[in-house]
Design a protein around this ligand. Structure first.
Ligand code: SAM
Length: 237
């Protein structure tokens, strides 16, 4: 998969390709990351990338033409659908990330200042997505969130041992609790079932914990999905 990011701070976004799971995805060629800076598409001496809003008021907007040219270049490279990261967009969740990971290439537009000109949104943007109900200073962190969440779902990026299938939200549930060595920490012991090697019992315990945790912390997730008879029994036990 190829993801192109249009940003005034490409070095910030590039950090996502430098380490961990996303770095591995890029190193293995499973994810291609393209970076496009609107500043490279300016024509004036000062390489201006912002402009004043019509009607006055505080703040600046991203200058139209440099962003437009950068988007065209990014699209020419990967032919991806253009996603504008914006607090006004649809709220990102794991279901959306799954669809992105299974879909085609993407172009992510990271805004700065007060954002982009409305006509740019209408002419160039296919979808607007938000990473949550709060306002960031720029879309770079949001773009990195999207790249990271997608990368871990691309086939071959995660090994079996850390398979994304076990993660929270993948099955509409939160993940179960996990333990590593030592066996006791400040008097708190690893649950016996996890040390006894009965894989059927371990799977059953984990499922029950995931159901219980979701019921306690995110009942909305349970309301949104049909439970199997087995899950219902586990939850009632
Ligand atoms: N004036 C805009 C508004 O209130 O809707 C906020 C602009 S914000 C300061 C600058 C840029 O940060 C936006 O253009 C967007 O790209 C990015 N951004 C801010 N919050 C975001 C969020 N929750 N999700 C995704 N992108 C966000």
């Amino acid at each position: 998969m190829r993801i192109d990011v249009v940003s005034l701070f490409p070095s910030l976004v590039a950090a996502v390709a430098g380490c961990g799971v996303t770095g591995r995805a890029v190193d293995r060629g499973l994810l291609q990351l393209g970076l496009w800076n609107p500043r490279d598409y300016t024509v004036d001496r000062h390489r201006t990338v912002d402009d004043r809003p019509y009607g006055g008021g505080p703040g600046m907007l991203m200058k139209v033409e440099p962003v437009r040219q950068a988007l065209h270049a990014a699209r020419a490279a990967g032919n991806g659908k253009v996603i504008y990261l914006s607090p006004q967009g649809r709220r990102l969740d794991q279901a959306a990330v799954r669809e992105f990971a299974a879909g085609g290439n993407l172009v992510l537009l990271a805004g700065r200042y007060e954002g982009i000109d409305e006509r740019l949104a209408r002419l160039e943007v296919d979808e607007e997505w938000s990473i949550g109900d709060y306002v960031l200073s720029g879309g770079e962190l949001a773009a990195m969130v999207v790249v990271d969440a997608i990368a871990r779902l691309l086939p071959g990026v995660l090994g079996d041992a850390d398979s994304a299938e076990q993660d929270s939200f993948m099955d509409g549930l939160l993940d179960c609790p996990h333990y590593t060595r030592p066996e006791a920490v400040a008097g708190l012991r690893v649950p016996d079932v996890l040390r006894e090697g009965n894989h059927a019992e371990i799977a059953r315990w984990r499922r029950k914990q995931a159901l219980g945790r979701t019921w306690e912390r995110r009942p909305d997730l349970l309301e949104a999905r049909a439970l199997s008879d087995d899950d219902r029994r586990l939850l009632d036990e």
